[in-house]
Design a protein around this ligand. Structure first.
Ligand code: PGA
Length: 263
């Protein structure tokens, strides 16, 4: 894992957006794994701004979203499909058929979940997977005790996740208790993983994910098994990490080697 300690969420967002835009410049048919939630909104805003300035072209990009609530209609304001169109797809030139979400309505869900993983592989695999992390350590909706080799499937949401997300639902409105999510194994297949986490509510999850043992009780810890996972943290999210000074030096050394053109 590479830990990038930033001063603000904006700085983290800027770094992540620039990385994606640089990769897009090199590979116009980039395959992106995308996340929802409050954390990635700034990155999507920057991608939209780059598109409006004529600095990014999404016409050949293909996207696969991490997760979706079971049986929540696409047009529901809390569905992850409506989130993605609202924050990104409606504002860039990505063709509708290049956008993919896990199956979350109708029948034959297990087979269609397998098809989702096959579609990702068929697109050549995910080049960059954008991730957040839940306060309980989940990535996607892989809740604690998810198999570290799981594939796309249905998950029951924990009480913690339900209470963290209840703020998005009006009083009396039914909040979905199940979701379909890429598995941890699916996520680990991505060539590069960029995770952002902001705020003190994430500090304990980050401590467990980065400096704890690899364990299904903290699904984020599975990223320790990935050769190219970079975590962009603000000071609050990083506050419980013991090796902060080491992460800082590691980053400085890498930047120096890059400046010397040796990487
Ligand atoms: P958040 O959610 O970005 O809204 O904090 C992250 C997550 O639960 O994965």
């Amino acid at each position: 894992m590479e830990i990038v300690l930033t001063n603000t969420p904006e700085e983290a967002t800027e770094l992540v957006a620039s990385l994606i835009l640089d990769c897009l410049g090199e590979k116009p048919d980039l395959v992106l794994g995308l996340a929802t939630g409050s954390t990635p909104i700034g990155v999507y805003r920057r991608l939209v701004e780059a598109y409006r300035r004529g600095e990014a072209d999404f016409f050949q990009v293909r996207t696969f979203n991490l997760d979706e609530y079971l049986d929540l209609p696409a047009e529901h304001p809390q569905s992850y499909r409506s989130f993605m169109w609202r924050h990104l797809f409606d504002h860039i030139n990505i063709p509708r058929e290049n956008v993919h979400f896990p199956p979350s309505e109708g029948a034959n869900l297990l087979r269609r979940c397998e098809d989702y993983d096959k579609a990702i592989a068929g697109a050549g695999g995910i080049d960059i997977q954008l991730l957040g992390i839940g306060s309980n350590g989940h990535i996607g909706f892989n809740e604690p005790t998810s198999s570290l080799r799981s594939r796309t499937r249905i998950k029951t949401l924990t009480e913690k996740t339900l209470s963290d997300n209840s703020r998005f639902y009006k009083e009396g409105e039914i909040q979905p208790g199940l979701a379909v999510t890429m598995g941890i194994g699916t996520i680990l297949d991505a060539r590069q993983i960029l995770l952002q986490a902001f705020g003190s509510k994430k500090a304990e999850a980050l401590r467990a994910a980065v400096e704890g043992p690899v364990s299904s009780i903290c699904p984020g810890s599975a990223l320790q098994l990935h050769p190219r996972a970079t975590l962009f943290l603000d000071p609050e999210a990083a506050s419980l990490l013991r090796l902060r000074e080491y992460y800082r030096r590691t980053r400085q050394n890498e930047e120096a080697l890059r400046r010397q053109g040796r990487l």
